[in-house]
Unconditional design. Structure first.
Length: 86
């Protein structure tokens, strides 16, 4: 929910964390948990990724990998896995 309220969304591309491969995903898994998303969430999502994609994402509880999330407009930037943090 929090990411939808942000003006600019950045997502980590994935990589190795503590020796284990990690692939982050973003989406709305409330449906998978049996929780209905609030109406304002659907409105924000429709404005962000379009009606059909929003409908499917909310109905199916789809979680998107970084590249797909960027392609549909759910995130604005993907930070490569080899980027060091200082």
């Amino acid at each position: 929910f929090l990411a939808m309220a942000c003006d600019y969304r950045v997502m980590y591309a994935g990589g190795t964390v503590n020796g284990r491969k990690h692939m982050p995903k973003i989406g709305f898994n409330e449906t998978q948990l049996g929780i209905a998303a609030p109406p304002w969430m659907g409105q924000l999502l429709v404005r962000t990724i379009g009606f059909r994609r929003a409908e499917l994402a909310l109905a199916m509880g789809t979680l998107f990998p970084p590249h797909t999330a960027w392609e549909i407009g759910l995130v604005d930037e993907i930070v490569p896995s080899d980027t060091e943090q200082s």
